[in-house]
Every structure is written in structure tokens, then in C-alpha cells.
Design a binder for this molecule. Structure first.
Ligand SMILES: [Zn+2]
Length: 259
């Protein structure tokens, strides 16, 4: 059988490819400090498809010699063992693989050190974002995931009946968005400030990676309250986001219940 794709040569060149990759990785890590072995309990590689295979190779090569386990995760949810003593590598060539972005956001939320390996996309935006913008990014990721699953908060007309919205900016976590005066009379709504509503609209329409640029921490607290109340209603098992304790403390104790 003819080897029209030059497969044999490619396989034969594997040692050179590995040496090349090793050199590139060294150059990329130049000037970056990774935590020392005493400071971590595990290494997690977050990646789907071919990016996940990079993790499989690392685990196969390193498990016999590394003092901590290497775990490859090809899923959406972040396991409970991921925490501040985890060194995580989020790998996505495009930088836009949803599962990987979701796991990276979860790992950041759990306090893990996350190294992004990517050519660009939202994973790169996330990696380059200043620490102060991480709360905004986390909220944006949560909303995006909810939208992908078909739970996008409705802001253009009453989320319950489709009628024109109440001018009071009344948000119903249970109905899944803003509501009209008639549906608001049934109770359970939160009055949004004009600022919070503007922020929420931006979160839903702009790329996730830019969230830190337009969402200020001081007005994130109110949005966080509403988004978490919304997610709790849509997803029974939603637990809230650990990294956002600070924002929670900036928001009023309880959302202003109108009715
Ligand atoms: Zn209505």
C-alpha cells in the first residue's frame, strides 16, 4: 500500500518533533515562574481531543517520576480535588473550546494556578486579563454557559408572557429575565439599577474575554446577585462561585425584593 501522506516519515520523525516541542515550551516559559513541588498536590491537564492527548502523553511519561499525580480532564465540570494546591494546564489550540474554558474558569474559581496553552481565543484573553477583572470574567462565563444550554436571561420583553417590559426594570430569577408589570404582580422580582441592567446587557452581547474591560467591580456585586439567583433557579445544583465572596460582600445583604 502506498504511503501517500508520508505517514511513515512523520512517525519516524517523532523524536525530532518532541525535541522541537520541548524547545518551544522552554522558550514560552522563559520568565514565567511555576510553583515549586512543595506547593502543589496535583497537576491537572484540561483539554479535549488532541489537546487532551497532550495531557495523556505527559501523564504516561511523567507519572513514574513526578512526586504528585498528573490527571487529565476531558469534561466540563471541575472536580472537587482541584484547589489552591493544583497546578492546572488549560490546553486549547483555538482557545475557544467551551469545555476547556469552562474547566479553566472552574479551576480559577477554586483558587488553582492555571497556565493557558493556546494560540489565541478566549483562553488567551482570560490568561492576559488582570486579576481585578477575574470576577467579571467568571460571571460572564457562567452566563455564557447558561446561554449555551438554552437558559439565556431574557431582557427584550417579558420573560413570562412576551408583553412590553415594566419601566421599573423588574427581574424575575424564576421566570428567567425581565418581566412586565402584570407578571411582576405575582411576586419574586428584583429591581435592577439602570447600571446593573446595562452591565447585564453587555455581558450577554460582548465577548466573554472583554468582560473585565467594561464591568467595574463596584457594580458587579448587584449583577452577581441577580445572575446567581437566576442560575440557582435554572440549575437546581448550582452552588455559587467561591471566588466571588468579595463581590457578595459589596452587594446589599438581600436583593431588593419588590413584591
Ligand atoms: Zn408578563
Amino acid at each position: 500500500m502506498p504511503d501517500s501522506l508520508g505517514f511513515l516519515d512523520a512517525v519516524g520523525g517523532l523524536p525530532e518533533q518532541l525535541a522541537d516541542a520541548h524547545r518551544s515550551a522552554r522558550d514560552a516559559l522563559d520568565g514565567i515562574s511555576l510553583p515549586s513541588a512543595q506547593d502543589i498536590d496535583n497537576v491537572a491537564v484540561l483539554g479535549m481531543g488532541g489537546s487532551g492527548i497532550a495531557g495523556d502523553v505527559l501523564a504516561a511519561v511523567a507519572n513514574a517520576t513526578l512526586p504528585v499525580p498528573v490527571v487529565v480532564l476531558k469534561q466540563i465540570r471541575t472536580p472537587r480535588f482541584i484547589g489552591p494546591r493544583t497546578l492546572a494546564f488549560a490546553v486549547s489550540y483555538s482557545g475557544d473550546t467551551d469545555e476547556t474554558l469552562r474547566m479553566a474558569a472552574g479551576a480559577l474559581d477554586a483558587g488553582a494556578r492555571v497556565v493557558a496553552v493556546s494560540r489565541g481565543g478566549e483562553l488567551e484573553s482570560m490568561a492576559r486579563a488582570p486579576a481585578a477583572s477575574l470576577p467579571a470574567l467568571t460571571i460572564a462565563f457562567e452566563l455564557r454557559t447558561a446561554s449555551l444550554l438554552g437558559y439565556r436571561p431574557r431582557l427584550d420583553a417579558c420573560a413570562n408572557c412576551g408583553n412590553p417590559l415594566s419601566p421599573e426594570r423588574l427581574f424575575s430569577p424564576a421566570r428567567g429575565g425581565l418581566v412586565c408589570d402584570g407578571c411582576a404582580a405575582e411576586g419574586g422580582t428584583v429591581r435592577l439599577s439602570a447600571d446593573a441592567l446595562a452591565g447585564l446587557s453587555l455581558l450577554l452581547s460582548r465577548p466573554v474575554g472583554e468582560a473585565g474591560e467594561y464591568l467595574e467591580v463596584k457594580r458587579s456585586g448587584e449583577i452577581l446577585r441577580v445572575v446567581e439567583a437566576f442560575l440557582k433557579h435554572q440549575f437546581q445544583r448550582f452552588q455559587g462561585l467561591k471566588s466571588l465572596e468579595l463581590l457578595r460582600s459589596l452587594a446589599p445583604e438581600t436583593p431588593e425584593l419588590v413584591a
